[in-house]
Design a protein around this ligand. Structure first.
Ligand SMILES: Cc1cc2nc3c(=O)[nH]c(=O)nc-3n(C[C@H](O)[C@H](O)[C@H](O)COP(=O)(O)OP(=O)(O)OC[C@H]3O[C@@H](n4cnc5c(N)ncnc54)[C@H](O)[C@@H]3O)c2cc1C
Length: 275
């Protein structure tokens, strides 16, 4: 069993776009549709792809573009360049008009991205870059376990949409409350066996739910993403207690409580030399 995930690189492009629609699949998710000629050639082929979204400075309203280099864009040194990572949920193009959907979790006005999405309206300008590349589905998996909080529901959607129907999908969702269950279409719901856990009923439910799944077969692939510290005990259980190999488990800290613009490339569990 390889779980090999082919990767492809995409040419770097900074795209100037405008908001063409705003909707709310659930009360706490703002679905922002972006459009613009510069979406011509946009490609996203993997379930974990992400784009960098560049936001106006909330203090001045000025949207500062990043400095583009041969390798992409320069991250450090210019505090006016404000960006966060988002999952390209859906892309449509008839060759003339192109539309990209991004889902933003609304978690208040403390976050630049969350605040921008909460107040976004048709015609607002925005810039995106990426995805820099796509990682395709793991080869050979017959069962996929998805573990996600609200920020990773777009990625979970893409997994469910892309996986062949021969692959069984088990999902554990860690969300604020029942309103999030409206997130998936009936078609996607029918593809998975899902359990929903509400954070107001306490933490640690995911850990117990994962353990209660029992043995993780050798052709089962696990993808988990969400708040970084929440994922640590889950990853430890799978990697240390069950001894699953690295390639069988992907854990990505999409955000970190108390940290603005957390770096998801930083080790999730710094105590693990195998990170
Ligand atoms: C590969 C990847 C894909 C992602 N895809 C998505 C996506 O499709 N949709 C999505 O909504 N997010 C997604 N995220 C997560 C998103 O980038 C972060 O939540 C980001 O920090 C939000 O930026 P902000 O400006 O709103 O908050 P920040 O300025 O980064 O943070 C301000 C404060 O808010 C807290 N915070 C950040 N996010 C949340 C949250 N979701 N809930 C509660 N508190 C929070 C921080 O801990 C901090 O205290 C993705 C992240 C990665 C790495």
């Amino acid at each position: 069993m390889t779980f090999e995930r082919e990767t492809v690189k995409h040419p770097f492009a900074l795209r100037h776009l405008t908001v063409s629609a705003v909707s709310h699949p659930t009360p706490s998710i703002a679905r922002i549709t972006l459009t613009g000629d510069e979406l011509d050639g946009f490609v996203s082929g993997g379930p974990t792809d992400h784009v960098k979204v560049f936001f106006p400075d909330p203090a001045t309203g000025i949207l500062t573009p990043p400095t583009v280099t041969a390798d992409g864009f320069k991250r450090a040194g210019d505090s006016k360049v404000i960006y966060r990572d988002y999952t390209p949920l859906g892309f449509r193009s008839d060759g003339v008009r192109h539309e990209l959907d991004l889902d933003f979790v609304a978690h208040g006005d403390e976050g630049v991205a969350s605040a921008w999405a909460a107040h976004a309206s048709v015609g607002d300008p925005i810039m995106i870059a990426g995805p820099r590349g796509s990682r395709f589905l793991p080869q050979g998996a017959t069962h996929v376990i998805l573990i996600a909080d609200e920020t990773a529901l777009p990625s979970a959607s893409r997994w469910i949409d892309m996986l062949p129907t021969s692959v069984r999908i088990t999902a554990l969702f860690d969300v604020a409350d029942e309103s999030m269950e409206a997130y998936f279409s009936d078609e996607l719901k029918a593809r998975m066996t899902a359990q929903w856990f509400y954070r107001r009923e306490g933490l640690g439910q995911l850990d117990a739910a994962l353990r209660s799944l029992g043995e993780i077969g050798e052709s089962t692939f696990v993808f988990m993403a969400g708040e970084a510290a929440t994922l640590v005990p889950l990853r430890r259980y799978l990697r240390r207690e069950l001894g699953l190999p690295k390639k069988q488990v992907t854990a990505d800290g999409y955000w970190r409580r108390g940290v603005a613009n957390a770096d998801h490339h930083a080790p999730l569990d710094p105590t693990d030399p195998d990170e």
